[in-house]
Write a protein that binds this ligand. Structure first.
Ligand code: FPP
Length: 220
């Protein structure tokens, strides 16, 4: 969800206005996701490195997250969305962790879309935490502990890097980078990214199957 700050600055507004507009974009994308063929959607709301931002912005983001969870829970229930939060919880304040627990419990039966919101999340820390909980470490065990593989990773705002997001899970993700700022992103952009994804040739390290030879075609 990159580009909120620049979206606001371009309008002469404080950064928090961009984050508020970003919440609207998240709402649009969550609503459009099942129709676009997306069954699991992970939004990067706050990275473990975002604690380095000015305290006033961090505070505003945390409040926004709390109100998002509270306001969106009824809509999630209505739309069959199961909401989960991934990332560390020990550095979040207790009002936010309670709001997370309430939203997760209330939406647990949703089956149309699994919506994961990454808060105080670091892909490297997630790998370490998962590995620490596995007595006999193996690729399969880690894969199971860490979460579903990512098919499509979209980064808005013009940057072309992963910034510690879903690192293990994105081993074979198709990457889509767009200059669109997150607050301007919507259903049409999501559909375009999904179309782009379907046009890719995903070989997972293998080679494409050989084209039928002429004589084989003739024998058939
Ligand atoms: C990145 O843009 C955005 C964030 C770090 C915050 C995103 C969080 C929200 C929109 C609020 C919570 C939303 C949900 C769905 C729970 P940036 O600030 O780095 O923008 P910039 O690169 O233009 O400065």
């Amino acid at each position: 969800m990159d580009g909120n700050g620049r979206w606001a600055a371009a309008r002469g507004l404080p950064r928090i206005f961009g984050h508020r507009a970003g919440v609207e974009a998240a709402r649009r994308v969550v609503e459009a996701a099942p129709g676009a063929g997306v069954s699991i959607l992970t939004l990067f709301a706050f990275s473990s490195d975002n604690w380095r931002r000015p305290p006033a912005e961090v505070d505003a983001l945390m409040r926004l997250m709390g109100s998002y969870l509270q306001n969106e829970t009824p809509r999630c229930i209505e739309q069959g969305v199961r909401l989960e939060v991934i990332g560390r919880r020990d550095r979040l304040d207790s009002a936010l962790t309670s709001a997370i627990a309430r939203a997760e419990a209330a939406t647990a039966h949703g089956r149309r879309l699994r919506l994961r919101i990454a808060v105080d999340y670091s892909g490297r820390d997630a790998i370490l935490a998962a590995a620490r909980g596995i007595p006999e470490l193996s690729r399969d065990a880690l894969e199971l502990a860490i979460g579903p593989a990512v098919d499509l990773l979209i980064r808005t705002g013009g940057e072309r890097r992963l910034s510690d997001f879903l690192l293990w899970e994105s081993a074979y993700a198709e990457l889509v980078f767009t200059r669109t700022m997150w607050p301007d992103f919507g259903a049409t952009d999501l559909a375009a990214a999904v179309r782009d994804f379907h046009s890719r040739d995903r070989r997972f390290g293998a080679v494409p199957p050989p084209a039928p030879r002429r004589e084989q075609a003739w024998l058939d």
